[in-house]
Design a protein around this ligand. Structure first.
Ligand code: GDP
Length: 458
């Protein structure tokens, strides 16, 4: 989502690199560009104005640190302001007496029901006993959708009584019954998927207000579709004025929205963004950290989220098998296939690439979407190989290569290219082994290192 803004800012900083010292003139010039970049990213103009003023004052007042170049000084100040704008991470309020109630509100199509499933999976992973409650009584399809989501992740869903496609209970009755069941079954967290409309209307707000007043939810999260840009922010404001929300979940951050919603919403409603949705899959969900997003915007990547994603998606058994394959004498095509599988679990190349520091700089040379297509081809090639060939690709003579190309719908040339590339990868793996840096045991050490702030910033 932040690609456009990211590459524009990158250009501003590049120009600044030519200066030996920060002067009022070059600060002014670069801030003009930054201002334009933010406006083009659809950030609210009043927020942009304040942002630029604040950066300017800090840049002019800043004591010149000998160790930083002008570009680094400006980036440092801008990073600070971006973090301020995006807000700090604020954890979910789930420590209260169970069952904790989390109510999701927002317009239809914003991603509410999907978010209910994502949040359920996230909470399940941190060992909460979650109960999903569909309270959109006007759209039986939404209830069905939540049921499907629940069963796909093994999370219980409240059974709403229906007759001839009509829901027989009102939302407040549903929630009352659900709380009773949660208490009996020792479910400690209830996620309520409320009704949404295509536009805000009084009856919808009244229904939500009634739920709020009757059950006093521990969290009221507004689900905002980042693709709607500024208008998502306006809608958030209306919901917040009526219901005093406790936080925001920003969805579709993986899309090509320009970033305006993310950068304006916290300042406008003065409520924290707590999570972001980064894809259609239920695992495409991240805790929101303003500083990490600021780093992504500034092209510094987001290693911490990447590590967390890897830890969430890879179970211990698979991690062990990767580690074993790294420690083995010979790295085989079979091990490689296992790693490809793992990578797609983490979210595929496109998502991983966006989190790698400095990626924005090589974006022109490396196209993750193209790489993703290439991987589909490679998977087909590996699938067409026999077990023996995967363990020992040296036996791949012309005849075998031809058979594999026919089986995988590729050309012999594709197979040759893959085998050559694989030999290169094998070499890299060997060097990993020597350095021992490939060990997944090191993930926690790396994480601690970053947390301790040893990370040399730029
Ligand atoms: P609701 O009407 O608010 O309950 O919205 P849904 O949960 O049904 O979502 C509407 C559409 O948005 C669906 O097609 C979802 O798959 C999609 N969606 C939801 N969250 C995300 C997200 O974070 N990224 C992407 N790309 N799509 C999403």
């Amino acid at each position: 989502m932040f690609d456009g803004l990211s590459s524009k800012l990158e250009r501003v900083f590049k120009n600044l690199k030519g200066y030996g010292k920060l002067s009022e003139k070059n600060i002014e010039d670069s801030l003009k560009e930054v201002r334009l970049s933010l406006l083009e990213a659809d950030v609210n103009y009043l927020i942009v104005k304040e942002f630029i003023e604040s950066v300017k004052n800090k840049a002019i007042g800043e004591k010149v640190a000998e160790s930083l170049t002008p570009a680094q000084q400006i980036i440092k100040i801008i990073r600070g302001e971006l973090v301020e704008l995006l807000g700090n991470n604020e954890p979910l309020n789930i420590k209260a007496k169970p069952p904790v109630i989390i109510m999701l509100i927002g317009l239809q199509g914003s991603g509410k029901t999907t978010t209910a499933g994502k949040l359920a999976l996230y909470l399940h992973r941190i060992r909460r006993r979650v109960y999903l409650v569909p309270a959109d009584v006007y759209r039986p399809a939404a209830i069905l959708q939540l049921k499907k989501i629940g069963s796909s992740i093994n999370i219980p869903v409240y059974e709403t009584p229906e007759e001839n496609g009509k829901v027989l209970q009102k939302p407040d009755e549903i929630l009352k019954n659900a709380i009773g069941i949660a208490e009996k079954q020792a479910y400690d967290t209830i996620i309520v998927d409320t009704a949404g409309r295509l536009e805000i209307d009084e009856p919808l707000m009244d229904e939500l207000k009634l739920l709020k007043n009757k059950f006093n939810p521990n969290e009221i999260l507004f689900v905002a579709d980042s693709m709607l840009g500024q208008s998502a922010v306006t809608v958030a404001k209306t919901f917040n004025d009526a219901l005093d929300i406790s936080g925001v979940v920003l969805t579709k951050v993986d899309g090509d929205a320009r970033g305006g919603a993310a950068l304006s919403i916290k300042k406008t409603v003065d409520k924290p963004i707590k999570f972001i949705g980064v894809g259609e899959k239920l695992s495409d969900f991240e805790v929101f950290y303003g500083d990490r997003i600021a780093d992504r915007i500034l092209g510094m990547g987001d290693i911490l989220s990447l590590i967390e994603k890897a830890q969430d998606s890879i179970d211990e058994k698979s991690a062990k098998s990767i580690e074993d394959s790294l420690n083995k004498k010979d790295f085989t095509v079979k091990d490689f296939a296992e790693q490809l599988k793992m990578m797609s679990k983490i979210g595929g190349i496109t998502q991983i690439a966006g989190m790698i520091p400095g990626f924005s700089k090589i974006k022109d040379k490396f196209n993750p979407e193209a790489a993703e297509k290439e991987i589909v081809k490679i998977k087909a090639i590996i699938d067409s190989m026999t077990e023996k060939e995967r363990i020992n690709p040296d036996i791949l003579n012309g005849g075998r290569r031809k058979r594999i190309s026919l089986g995988s719908g590729t050309t012999v040339n594709d197979v040759n290219i893959f085998i050559n590339k694989f030999e290169e990868i094998k070499k890299i793996m060997k060097s990993f082994k020597k350095n021992k840096t490939g060990s997944l045991k090191n993930i926690n050490n790396i994480k601690n290192m970053f947390n301790k702030g040893d990370f040399k910033w730029r």
